[in-house]
Design a protein around this ligand. Structure first.
Ligand code: PEP
Length: 245
């Protein structure tokens, strides 16, 4: 399968900056062989869809599990779909650790994405204390186990392994660390383990090719380095050079 190169813009890039991004985002023609995905802020989704000049899918960074209701500030999977999103990030580390999202809530959101026909990109990953205590496998199995049953009703999904200690820190897991964790995720997924598993955590143009060449790594989820169109184009080109598989 083609490598997935996904950018999570977090709370950056309003609609005007988004249009400017796509004026300057010009990866080599080869990069057409990767699956490009952008997760802009909700308010920039339409600007992104309208101004992208390369084939790309768009997604939202979070959804609520209810379809509608008195839930100020939230958006539903159904609304995201109607607005042109094809995917939804679920359980990103910042949602879990800054906003206190629980495994049970992640599971409800996976169910909601499936109901609306969005592709959930479900994030998992351990804290540094958990890694140091030798609890990597236990944590990943618990996180995947919490939403695995809900994937039965989902047509397509991805998992992103994002060690919390590597997000936005400049510290990256080695390709071997990523492969080890991805193999655990696949095993925990059981019969669903052939879905794409992406690596995220301080990916940049210098480390992207090595990470995407590692066994069991199907692509990358990129935060900071996805904000600059020239830098993100280099990462897409790295994925294309590694090739499918
Ligand atoms: C992320 O936000 O998913 C992420 C991996 O961020 P960064 O690449 O900045 O570490």
């Amino acid at each position: 399968m083609a490598k997935v190169v996904a950018g999570n813009w977090k709370m950056n890039h309003g609609p005007a900056v988004t249009e400017g991004f796509f004026e300057r985002f010009r990866p080599d023609a080869n990069a057409g062989s990767v699956r490009l995905v952008f997760f802009p802020p909700d308010l920039s989704l339409a600007a992104g869809i309208g101004s992208a000049r390369v084939p790309a899918d768009f997604g939202v960074q979070n959804i609520h599990w209810e379809a509608a209701g008195a839930l100020t500030g939230e958006i539903s999977a159904e609304m995201a779909k109607e607005a042109g999103a094809a995917l939804a990030l679920i359980g990103h580390s910042e949602r879990r650790h800054v906003f206190g999202e629980t495994d049970a809530e992640v599971d409800r959101k996976v169910g909601a994405a499936g109901r609306a026909g969005l592709v959930p990109v479900v994030c998992v990953g351990e804290l540094i204390e958990e890694r140091k205590a030798g609890r990597l496998e236990e944590v990943l199995r618990r996180q995947v186990g919490a939403f695995r049953a809900s994937l039965g009703a989902v047509e397509e999904f991805m998992v992103a392994y994002e060690p919390v200690w590597a997000i936005g820190t400049g510290e990256t897991a080695t390709p071997d660390d990523a492969s080890e964790a991805h193999a655990i995720v696949r095993d925990a997924l059981g019969s669903l383990g052939r879905a794409p598993v992406l690596y995220g955590g301080s990916v940049n143009p210098a480390n992207a090719a090595a990470l995407m060449s590692a066994p069991d790594v199907d692509g990358v989820l990129v935060g900071g380095a996805s904000l600059d169109p020239e830098v993100f184009a280099r990462i897409a080109e790295a994925g294309a050079a590694v090739g499918p598989g």
